[in-house]
Design a protein around this ligand. Structure first.
Ligand code: PEP
Length: 253
């Protein structure tokens, strides 16, 4: 059975004291049974959060694919592994846009993460113009083909996919449950074509994009939505607590 996951992407937010406090609050939340919770703090706070998080997992928002060398400002997957970090975000639209990360580069990152035993949360999703011109399925399929589908089945099993339509990230405009389900079902069918039914059925596919206590229930109730990658609402303990709570997952299921 695939994992249900709620992951908080804190992005470049919070002071050290605020991060400590939020980590403590998330760790003490009443988490629904069978739901795995991850937090992705700014890199500077990852180590400290790891020391205090006993009920939730802590990942990094980014890492570089080379192990070591003259890459000023970067942190490698190897260094994450050394530090005991077990998950990493790869392919977030903000990295694709502001740091020009291409599908080919993301493929390198994915390979490096897996080589170091770090679970990749691979983000994909289309910009607004692609949604509007109707080619969003092809667009996301290409992202997966160029960055992910070279993996063999054993490696792919480690990957969590997060579908995040760019037009919904940080905009307050969420994909409808129908829009999310259409994409998630398509992603699962491509995974099945590539890796077979068993792996497809066991792949966690998260939704991300203005997911909040007001819309999470209908999104999480979709057959092919296995949880969420949460930005804004992960910074507010009261909102994140609703997303990880049993009721949010059970009432509609
Ligand atoms: C994100 O950045 O991964 C995200 C989903 O952000 P938000 O929830 O704020 O739209």
């Amino acid at each position: 059975m695939r994992s249900k996951i709620v992951a908080g992407n804190w992005k470049m937010n919070l002071s050290q004291a605020q991060a400590q406090e939020l980590c403590r609050e998330v760790n003490n939340m009443n988490i629904g049974s069978g739901i795995e919770v991850y937090i992705f703090p700014p890199m500077l706070y990852v180590n400290e959060c790891q020391m205090h998080a006993t009920h939730v997992k802590v990942g990094a928002q980014n890492a570089y694919p080379k192990d070591s060398g003259a890459y000023t400002g970067e942190v490698s997957m190897w260094q994450l592994q050394e530090a005991g970090v077990t998950a990493v975000l790869i392919g977030h639209s903000e990295r694709r846009e502001y740091f020009r990360e291409s599908n080919a580069f993301l493929k390198e990152k994915l390979d490096a993460a897996l080589a170091h035993g770090i679970k990749p949360f691979f983000c994909c999703g289309e910009p607004l113009e692609i949604r509007e011109n109707g080619t969003f399925l092809e667009y996301v399929k290409q992202q997966l083909e160029e960055s992910v589908f070279h993996l063999d089945g054993a490696a792919f099993k480690q990957v969590v996919i997060a579908y995040e339509p760019i037009w919904a990230i940080g905009t307050g405009k969420t994909a409808s449950a129908e829009q999310a389900e259409e994409m998630h079902a398509a992603i699962r069918s491509w995974v099945e074509e590539q890796y077979g039914k068993e792996i497809a059925e066991n792949t966690s596919i998260l939704y991300g994009g203005s997911c909040n206590p007001g819309n999470a229930q209908s999104l999480f109730a979709c057959e092919n939505v296995d949880g969420g990658l949460i930005g804004g609402a992960s910074l507010k303990a009261s909102e994140f607590a609703v997303l990880v709570a049993e009721e949010t997952w059970t009432i509609l299921n």
